[in-house]
Each structure stands twice: as structure tokens, then as C-alpha cells.
Design a protein around this ligand. Sequence first.
Ligand code: ATP
Ligand code: MG
Ligand code: MG
Ligand code: MG
Length: 481
Amino acid sequence: MKTHEITDRWKSYFAKHGHEVVPSASLVSADPTVMFNIAGMVPFIPYLTGRQTPPYSRATSVQKCIRTLDIDEVGKTARHGTFFQMAGNFSFGDYFKEGAITFAWELLTTPVAAGGFGLDPDRLWVTVYLDDDEAAGIWHQKIGLPAERIQRLGMEDNYWHTGQPGPAGPDSEIFYDRGEKYGPGGGPAANDTRYIEIWNLVFMQYQRGEGSGDDFPILGELPKKNIDTGLGVERLAMILQGVENMYETDQVRPVLDAAAALSGRTYTSTEDKNDPAYADDVRMRVVADHVRSALMLISDGVAPSNEGRGYILRRLIRRAVRAMRLLGVEDACLPALLPASRDAMKGTYPEVEADFSRISRIAYAEEKAFLRTIASGTARLDEAVAASRAAGTPLSGQDAFTLHDTYGFPIDLTLEMAAEAGLSVDETGFRTLMAEQRDRARADARGKKSGGVDLSVYRDLMTDGGTTFTGYDELTTASRV
Ligand code: ATP
Ligand code: MG
Ligand code: MG
Ligand code: MG
């Protein structure tokens, strides 16, 4: 089943059950202090908190999401993309646990011919919060799920709150067992590679009070309880398409194939770190993911820059270009890769085709600029290499820092090129200088924050990828490396 059909089926199922079908909001959050939409619920926050009255009591959407927090997982796990689509159904004071669980189970297990996704019920496992007997009871008694496939986990895995007084509640996650090939059994509590999380059902049940961390009092039940769910469309696609990971699904794989063709290397689909083909496979998966994210971000109006959203885009493009370079391609590669992504995505997002001349102009210019950076930094690097060789020392931390700071040379590029010249790099020295710079930038960011909007209500939610808070941290740490 193609990704587009999955999302169509999703929407028609929930429409049939009385949900208003709400189009995806832009990747760029409507809230200027939030970087990106990181979950399907973000556009519904005013309704979920009761700050605004929703015009409907049930809604469904397939929301475009960006999670930069997952960037280091990309290509290494089977299931983390920087861009992905989250399908969700929402109840605003309407149905609650039993409704949400029953919808999820029915849609997942109803045969394809009858409008569902046809998953084998015997492969589904769920987790619930420790004391959520109600949810466990529904899964067991109403749905008929065997008790051994219902696992109970604590706050960290199965509880939702915002870090502030307000709505809170347990959640229940649904996992698909990919089988013995992916490691030992024991359920999702034991193995998150074999049992892949596909759907999270959040039960906004309680009013919580003041507290710190996961320690806070429950003041009582919410007068109007809400449901917020999110299913990873690409994760379901990988299962329904019988492929190894989300980068091999129909909307992503064509870019991976284009990267393989361009580099003349073979993609082997391995997840085994000890396999000699692993490093190249990861690079191709990273390229496939990042090129798509860049396409979708530019389509939603983001342009490369040195801060905020633009820096995230810049970083994604640079990482893709770097990965291609490590695959042996030193010339511009986006003119071959971006159209592949456009063609894979245009069925769902016609705007990527309609707007492609603008999108590609921005992307290609950014790649060219980065290739120029590499070229000019290379001369500086060559000097530093010659000097270090003559002195018989590693390349100094100061050299690596200058290359980074002045020439925009990522440290991994310096490491790789120094290694080619037979030199090591004083990475500790480099990290020290970076940390000093980071502290300065942090102080600066704190200054900016104090004048901003108080978003602390959503601190926890946004730690998963989006506010200026994490954004600044990221800008001053990971993104500069
Ligand atoms: P995981 O534990 O696998 O990182 P999560 O618990 O962080 O997932 P949620 O925040 O519960 O994910 O998001 C709801 C759903 O969105 C998940 O069940 C998953 O199917 C999907 N999802 C989350 N993050 C990603 C991602 N980076 N790429 C693709 N799908 C994702
Ligand atoms: Mg996650
Ligand atoms: Mg999870
Ligand atoms: Mg989850």
C-alpha cells in the first residue's frame, strides 16, 4: 500500500466516524516562538487546553512534521526521519479511552479489502501507564488482547504532561512485532527495534498542579477530557510495504536510489553495524531523508540562513552534501536528487511540483555555496596540514576551530580530510574552543529569551524538537559542529 493510500484511508476512516478532516498546517509553526510543527497535535493546542472552543468535537489530520531532535538517529534506526507525517485523531471532550482504543484497533486490524490496514492482530503489542487499569482493561476485555501483550511502563514512556500546571494524563502506545529476525522477544519494553512503535494514544485526563520534573500532584479529573493520537505514516508504510525501514518506503526510496546511482555504490539495506556496507547504507539513508526534509521545508517558505529555521535547513542540506561526498561524489548532487524527491512527494503535495523552480533555485544555490566553502577551506586546511606535518604535531584545535568558525568547515570534514593527509586532529582542543563559544552564545540567547513570549507551558512537548529554547541550544551546539 502506497503512502498516499495510507493517508487517504486514514482520513476516510475517521471522516466516516464523524471527524472533521483538517488539512496539514505548514511545517513552520504558526507560533513564531516555535520552530516547527513536531506533532499532529500542535495546531490543535488551543482546543486541547480549552483556551479556544473548537468548531468541532472530533477532528483528524495528517500533519507534516520536522523533528530535528531525531537527526542523529536518521539512517541508523529504521524509524526516525527528520521529516515525517503524523496521522492523528482528536477528541475535544467527546469520546475518550474506549473510543480511541477501539478506533485504533479497528483501523489497524480490519482487512484491507474492508477499508482497514489489515495488520495481523497477533503481531500487535501495547504499553499502558503503570496504574492505568482502565486502559489495560479496555485492551484486554473489550479488544481481547492477551494480557502478556499489554505492558505497563512508567512516567517516561507512558505519561504526557507539559511540565506546567494544566492538562496531563497517561498514554498508550501500539507496537508492531517485526519478528525474530530483529532480535529477542519480550515486547516493546525489552526491544524497541523488533517491536516498532507505530501509534501513540494520549489520554488527557487530569489537571496537574505545580511540581518539578515528573513529581507533581494530580488535582483532579479534567471537566472535559481530550484525546490526542499520533501515528507515524512512514512507519506504517514500511510495515505494509514489507521493507526494512522508513527510508525504503515509496516516498523516500527514489532519492536513495538516485544517491546510489550517482555514487555508483550499491545499497544493501543492512542495519548491521559490523557489515562493511553499513556506513554507505547509512549515508544513502541520510541523503534520502535530508533531501526530502529540505524539499518540504523550502516548499513551506524556509530559506537557508545562519539562524533559526533557516539554519536547520542549511544544516540538513550540508549534511546531505557531506554524505554524498563521503560516497565519493564531489560535484553538485542536488540537481539529481531533488527532482527524485519532488516526484516521490508530488502525489500528496502537488505544491512541490508547482513551486519547484523556486524551491530548486534555493536548494541548488545553497549547495553551490557549500561546495565553494569546501573549496576555499581546503586551501586553508592544506596550509594547516603542511605546518602540522613540518612540526610533527596533530592538527591543532585552534586550526580546526578557525576552519569551522571562519570557513564554515564542519569538524567531521576537517577530521576526514586531515585523516586523508595522514594527520590526527586535536579534537579536545577544538571542543574546548567550541564550548567557550557556545557559552557566549547561550548568554546571548538568554538575553533574547527574556523579551520573548512565555512558552514554558509547552516546555516538555517542545523539548522534543521545536521551541526557540531547544532551537538556540541546538544552534549553538550541534548545528555548529
Ligand atoms: P520513538 O519512541 O520511536 O522515538 P516517539 O515516542 O518519540 O517515537 P511520539 O512522540 O509518540 O513518538 O509520536 C507519535 C508517532 O509519530 C510515533 O508513534 C511514531 O509512529 C511517529 N514518529 C515519531 N517520531 C518520528 C520520526 N522521527 N520519524 C518518523 N515517525 C516518527
Ligand atoms: Mg522519539
Ligand atoms: Mg516512544
Ligand atoms: Mg510515543
